[in-house]
Design a protein. Structure first.
Length: 291
């Protein structure tokens, strides 16, 4: 951490403190530069959504897609969302970025619907900051209204951290969106500040088991127990449960044995650019995926 680094630098004397300050300055400048670049990224056409399939474990049908943002920086190449979403949240850009994600996803759903290819639901990730700023229900309704898709074709993935910011407003917004017909799902379930009473009040449709539990559930009994418990909890509340980050068939079989509803992960496909996702949807028609 920065504190630990500072402590170490102080302990080593002035030379390393100077190095440390230099390093801090470089990082701060780097961050500012990235922020400035991100501000123009949308207008320069550097952003795209990729789509990752979700498959039902019982029928083998492709039941959903998750839209994931991609930023192709002209000099840095692909910048992963984990390297710029937090930055966009801190500088407020996430609201504009989030609007773009909603509009783009809804247009794509419309396009696939017209082609007879749209899956039941397409999910977009919503930041806790988008929710706490207010205006999310309006933004979602605008995107749905402009494209004429059905509200239940859109699923919003929220993380448990939303309860940390402007809880009342966030709760109200989610209730309004749910009443409008949009689907709600809790992302990375089990990693955040989960409170079962929030879960009950919110009436989400779906839980996504975080991939950190899925990754080594076959070797780690503790993680297997968590996965099992989340599936049982979700089902007892009438929710759909999907596992994220499923990379091989052994994991999928194990999950099917636990009555998990669906899987998403590299075993099925990586997130794909829209045209390839469309081809995937077309090729999948009827074929199914069996584990
Ligand atoms: P997430 O919503 O939990 O998305 C799942 C992440 O896991 C994605 O990373 C996906 O590419 C990756 N993944 C999927 N299957 C596998 C697998 O089998 N193995 C492994 N190792 N990874 C897998 P990605 O696209 O880099 O996104 C990272 C995070 O960034 C997302 O986590 C989400 O929190 C955030 N994010 C992405 N797009 C958006 C967006 O449009 N808006 C907001 N607010 N956040 C976004
Ligand atoms: Mg997600
Ligand atoms: Mg997740
Ligand atoms: Mg995540």
């Amino acid at each position: 951490s920065a504190d630990a680094a500072l402590h170490q630098a102080k302990a080593k004397g002035h030379g390393s403190l100077r190095f440390f300050s230099h390093e801090m300055g470089r990082r701060a400048r780097d961050r500012l530069a990235l922020e400035a670049d991100l501000r123009g990224a949308r207008a320069r056409g550097e952003l795209a959504l990729h789509y990752q399939p979700q498959v039902d474990l019982r029928s083998g049908a492709l039941v959903g897609l998750e839209a994931l943002i991609r930023w192709h920086h002209p000099a840095r190449g692909n910048v992963p969302p984990n390297d710029f979403i937090a930055l966009a949240e801190e500088c407020g850009l996430i609201v504009e970025l989030g609007d773009w994600v909603l509009q783009t996803a809804c247009r794509q759903i419309r396009y696939w619907s017209d082609a007879g290819l749209a899956p039941r639901h397409t999910a977009v990730n919503i930041s806790a900051v988008q929710l706490s700023r207010g205006g999310l229900p309006e933004a979602v309704k605008r995107a749905i209204g402009a494209t004429g898709i059905r509200p239940d074709q859109l699923e919003l993935e929220i993380t448990e951290s939303f309860v940390m910011l402007e809880r009342e407003l966030s709760f109200q917004s989610l209730a309004e969106l749910r009443a409008f017909g949009v689907r709600l799902s809790i992302d990375d379930f089990g990693t955040g500040y989960s409170s079962l009473s929030y879960l009950q009040q919110l009436k989400v449709h779906k839980l996504k088991i975080d991939m950190s539990f899925v990754r080594d559930m076959l070797k780690n009994a503790g993680n297997a127990a968590i996965v099992k418990a989340v599936i049982a909890l979700g089902h007892s509340m009438g929710l759909e449960v999907i596992a994220e980050g499923v990379e091989d068939v052994e994991q999928a079989r194990f999950l099917r044995g636990l009555d998990c509803d669906a899987v998403q992960g590299y075993m099925i496909s990586k997130p794909l650019p829209a045209p390839e996702a469309g081809a995937f949807l077309a090729g999948f028609g009827g074929a199914g995926f069996s584990v």
